[in-house]
Ligand binder design. Structure first.
Ligand SMILES: O=C(O)[C@@H](O)C(=O)COP(=O)(O)O
Ligand SMILES: [Zn+2]
Length: 209
């Protein structure tokens, strides 16, 4: 993709997420890798109302190179890319069900959601909850990088999900699947539930490699 196409895609998908209520106000941020760094949405801007020229360019080492002031979570996107060199895009949202999940007691921190559907297993795999850090706190960088080495999908405690993937379309698809599976998780509370069996999960992993 050319840089112009990447900019157009970032703006289009940011607007789509915002219009569908997957993130509200000025919450959330999206990035795509480009030569020498990444393009990322600006800080304190609605994802529903961006123009291609608003995007910030940030170097691989975190310097703001051009464009608007970058998201305060730029360091977190860079941490995902450091841990997952094959990934080229990352999306952070405050989507309601995943954010509600991030606030629950008594979760398995390393594997927050059960494998309810094949789509979740194929698109997300495993959702890992990280400890609470205030938005923009760079103390999260090392923790996120370590967790991202084994999972593309992280849930920031009392905050929301961040997911990376080899393309922006795939990262959006995966973060939407995190939200949908969190919604199913809440819908199923109080119902005897039968998640996929380990053999089903192993088969899905084997057929997707
Ligand atoms: O929750 C926050 O404040 C940030 O994580 C966020 O979602 C939006 O921050 P900016 O991208 O800096 O606007
Ligand atoms: Zn946030």
């Amino acid at each position: 993709m050319t840089e112009t196409e990447i900019r157009t895609e970032l703006v289009r998908l940011a607007r789509s997420l915002h219009q569908r209520g997957l993130t509200r106000g000025t919450s959330g941020n999206l990035s795509s890798r480009v030569d020498g760094g990444m393009l990322i949405t600006p800080t304190n801007a609605s994802l529903g109302d961006l123009r291609t020229d608003d995007l910030a360019r940030v170097s691989d080492t975190g310097e703001h190179m051009s464009g608007a002031s970058p998201s305060k979570e730029a360091f977190l996107h860079l941490a995902m890319y450091l841990a997952r060199p094959e990934d080229k895009a990352a999306v952070h949202l405050h989507s309601p069900y995943a954010t509600a999940l991030s606030c629950l007691e008594d979760l398995d921190e390393g594997d927050v959601l059960p494998p309810l559907t094949a789509y979740f297993v194929m698109r997300v795999g495993r959702l890992v909850r990280l400890p609470y850090f205030a938005p923009g706190d760079q103390g999260l960088a090392g923790v996120a990088e370590k967790a991202a080495a084994s999972s593309r999908a992280l849930l920031l405690a009392n905050h929301g999900p961040i997911v990376s993937a080899p393309s922006l379309a795939k990262a959006v698809d995966a973060v939407e699947e995190v939200e949908e599976t969190a919604r199913l998780f809440f819908l199923l509370q109080g119902h005897a539930t039968r998640p996929l069996q380990p053999a089903h999960v192993a088969q899905l992993h084997a057929s997707s490699t």
